[in-house]
Write a protein that binds this ligand. Sequence first.
Ligand code: ZN
Length: 83
Amino acid sequence: MKLPSNPCIRCGKERIKGKEQIVILNSSKTKVTSYVCPDNACQKIVNKQIAEKEERKMYLINRSRERANNRHKAQKQTAQKAK
Ligand SMILES: [Zn+2]
């Protein structure tokens, strides 16, 4: 009996082995296997969703970084005024 251990986030089908990539992790080579949905059209949609999520995440990270920078600048200015 084989339970879907790696189901597709969209349709729930068991994902199949996709691309194998060699990445350098902690200065040692590691093989990373990506698993994809057996349904090509579905996988395309999933990829798109992941890309959109990543984009949004990057946008939020950049925005909070900018905010932190601005706050830091404002604090500096107040400190200088106090002198
Ligand atoms: Zn799928």
